[in-house]
Write a protein that binds this ligand. Sequence first.
Ligand code: ARG
Length: 585
Amino acid sequence: MDKIIDIISQELKKAFERCGYDSEYGRVVVSNRPDLCQYQCNGSLAAAKAYKKAPIQIANAVLEALENKDYFSEIEAVMPGFINMNLSAAFVTDYLKSMSEDEKLGVRTEKEPKTIVIDYGGPNLAKPLHVGHLRSAVIGESVKRILRYTGNNVIGDAHLGDWGLQIGLVITELKERQPDLPYFDDDYNGEYPSEPPFTISELEEIYPCASSKSKTDEEFKEAARAAVFKLHSGHKGYRALWQHILAVSVPDLKRNYDKLNVCFELWKKESDAQPYIADMVQAMKDGGFAYISDGALVVDVKEDTDTKEMPPCMILKSNGATLYNTTDLATIVERMKLFSPDRIIYLTDQRQSLYFEQIFRCARKTGLVGPETELTYLGFGTMNGKDGKPFKTRDGGVMRLEYLINDVNEAVYNKMSERDMEEEEARKIAAVVGLAALKYGDLSNQPSKDYVFDMERFISFEGNTGPYILYTMVRIKSILSRCADKEGALNGQAYEPSPEETQLKLAASRFNEAVEHAAEELAPNKICQYIYELSNAFNAFYHVSSIVGESDKVKQASWIALIKLTLRILENGISLLAFEAPDRM
Ligand code: ARG
């Protein structure tokens, strides 16, 4: 469906044109003085300058030329030349009816769906997820759902880090602890055990131990680097150990992403890109793009218009080893081959923004992607503690994601336990509400901004929070369960609506606008802002309308249809943010 604002803009544009002015002046905006009118057009003021006339004269002429006035209950030109308008109840009601009949609630879907790969995982094998992975997962899952809702074919890739130093560290530490394992015997020719030599909790202890050792023990670190090199070169024992690490880690990672309601379509790994490297490097050399500088193989990515420093993109280190860059470039080759995507979107902490700029330029320059493929980097800010520094555990360590989630759930549970409910049910609800609190607390910020993790505020049932949205939904469900008429029928003529009802209808009619903006700008915060406004509009309406007790049956039926639609919009909204609502709380 066309957005309401576009429908009325179209009318005004035609009128401007009929009067001999550029149609662009007819653009309508939501009123910034809702006490005066719902929508306004300020184009006469700008046109006045261009055409050297009084703005009010233009506004009056445009009103005269307006063909279809049925959209408006009121439309007037006011000094110095604004056109203020209110929509007619019949028009808005019909619009809401069409919305209700549409599976996507009026959101237009792409005529030519795009294939989009979105890279928003990046967990590292053998390392538990920590809060640094939270934003990527939370924002990425939402962006994926928004782009899918608008009709694209979107593939989420976990892009597992399985090829870096951390594997070498684990292997080296394990070798010190259990040197007799067959994986370390270069002469071993038999089958390797099918059972891994560690459990997930052992692995989780091995990695940090090895990592801190490597910070003080240069020899140990060198051994870890050598182990990575052997792994990359195909050492049989190390490959077998790596397989074990994968087998133990991946199910654990999946379990954790599951708890976050984050689900990847693809579980590709950095190692999957390795087979593409040799040909890619050769082509970069053959094309005259890659050259040796200080022993390393690099591609220049500087452009004349650059105002900031833009170092060359390194493809191979001086010892011939591949690096993070090489893998990301080869992953582009792989993605092009497997999916020919129209767009690839990367989410990481903003600190990698220069890095991705280099990668994108290098990929374009060397022809890994053509001009028709869009490469987008969505860098996000940090989640900080109340002290304004990156969020840490109480003792200053890196917070595991699992523990953070448990803390939030516990806090919600404590808030709820005053209510009368079975323990088990309360725990379940606390987990649903807790996840909403955590995700909404993050997603309601513009991705690029840092934000403060504020438990008290995030779990509050009032204000711009996830639990407030859920509370509103639960309230609607409870009203509906108490009404005999479950169907309802919107009616815009039979009675005089309260201003609160009119505002709720207007808010409901703007869902498509919010979703389309969120998709264009990759901005889940636009969805949060919208569902917050809609919830506020509903609650204001609720406070002045006794829905269950209303004796005018036509009116009651209209209200039921309206709040059902509101609930459906909120349900769609939170599903775009990837959390759910309980039936009670
Ligand atoms: N594994 C990386 C890290 O922990 C993040 C990967 C991000 N994605 C990418 N294609 N580079 O820093």
